[in-house]
Design a protein around this ligand. Structure first.
Ligand code: ATP
Length: 334
């Protein structure tokens, strides 16, 4: 099974919750997004008003949920967490909205997966804090207006491109989270080791940071495995050597690439001469779901320059060919 994919899709356990930063000052990296949020929070607090609606986008595991909880803490309001696919019909949305108190944050994860029939109700809720809902059917059908408390909608999405323009335009701020640099990740890893009371050498933390795909959630999971490994196969301290050996055992290489990443690139090279090829085709060939490839593997491969997205399909770059030991369009590397 795929460690990376599992890590990103598993629900959070108690130990992970203990690692969550609770305030702006605990949160490392994402400087631009953080500065934008601080400005909005400061202004809303000064005016004594609820925060305006905010849309966070970016690959999974970069801290969208964490930021929503931080915004709640910084504003001193409650955060109600839900997700797009759960809001099945307009009545579900009405139920959520009418349960909010003035100033509350409604966090909708995977907001791009809200059904279209529900999405339209969100427009007036966000804009005018009211919702007109149809009750009854046939000749008795009538529309009832519900007034809502002034709330903050915090949307999160891994797929900004799938959001409709009318929904997007109703957010005051749209901000994107990016993969973290190795040095920021190293800081996060050292903080995690501190909280979990795991002995580590900075070089060990750096080794994990290089292989964590710029993703704090993955970094924290790797720390856990590296801790186990150091206890069982080393002297209990996460050193560079023990971390490297642990990550080899998980088949995560020095660049943070896992077996699935490499399989994707090999299929593209060997079966499709490097592309262009459709993602669905690659997904079938490697036996993985297309949306997992699209949300987890592809963004990292693109960011690292192994893959390109073109109108015709996905294309392996020269760097991509070389990382799997091949020369572009066939032939082994010398
Ligand atoms: P998803 O999109 O899958 O919900 P996410 O982007 O919301 O993921 P989080 O669940 O917020 O990601 O973050 C995962 C974990 O990573 C958190 O539990 C937290 O411990 C850690 N983390 C995230 N961002 C940071 C950060 N900037 N500094 C320190 N730790 C962080």
């Amino acid at each position: 099974t795929d460690f990376i994919e599992q890590t990103l899709s598993a629900p959070e356990n108690a130990e992970e919750s203990a690692l969550r930063p609770l305030s702006f000052s605990d949160f490392a990296g994402q400087d631009k997004t953080l500065e934008r949020l601080k400005v909005m929070v400061g202004a809303a607090r000064d005016r004594g008003e609820p925060l305006n609606h905010i849309l966070l986008s970016g690959p999974p595991g970069l801290g969208k949920t964490t930021l929503s909880l931080i915004l709640g803490n910084e504003m001193g309001t409650k955060v109600n967490i839900t997700s797009g696919p759960v809001i099945d019909k307009p009545a579900d949305l009405a139920g959520l909205l009418t349960n909010l108190n003035e100033g509350d944050i409604l966090f909708i994860d995977e907001i791009h997966r809200i059904p279209k029939t529900v999405e339209e109700y969100l427009y007036s809720a966000m804009e005018d804090f009211r919702i007109d809902i149809m009750i009854d059917q046939g000749p008795n059908a009538r529309s009832v207006r519900l007034n809502l408390p002034r709330f903050t909608l915090l949307g999160a999405t891994t797929r900004m491109g799938l959001l409709t323009a009318p929904l997007r335009s109703r957010f005051t701020l749209q901000t994107r989270l990016n993969y973290y640099s190795h040095s920021v990740l190293q800081g996060i890893i050292e903080r995690t080791c501190g909280i979990l009371e795991v002995p580590f050498e900075p070089a060990g933390a750096a080794e994990i940071a290089r292989r964590a795909r710029g993703t704090p959630r993955i970094a924290n999971n790797l720390v856990n495995f590296c801790r186990d490994y150091a206890q069982q196969r080393g002297n209990g301290t996460i050193t560079q050597t023990s971390a490297a050996a642990a990550l080899e055992l998980l088949e995560i290489d020095q660049r943070g690439l896992d077996e699935m990443d490499k399989q994707v690139m090999r299929v593209m090279a060997e079966n499709y001469r490097g592309g262009p090829v459709g993602l669905g085709t690659v997904a079938v060939a490697v036996g993985e779901e297309a949306h997992t490839l699209e949300e987890v593997h592809e963004p990292f491969l693109i960011q690292e320059g192994y893959l390109q997205r073109t109108a015709q399909g996905r294309v392996l770059t020269e760097k991509g060919w070389h990382v799997i030991g091949l020369e572009p369009k066939g032939g082994a590397q010398a």
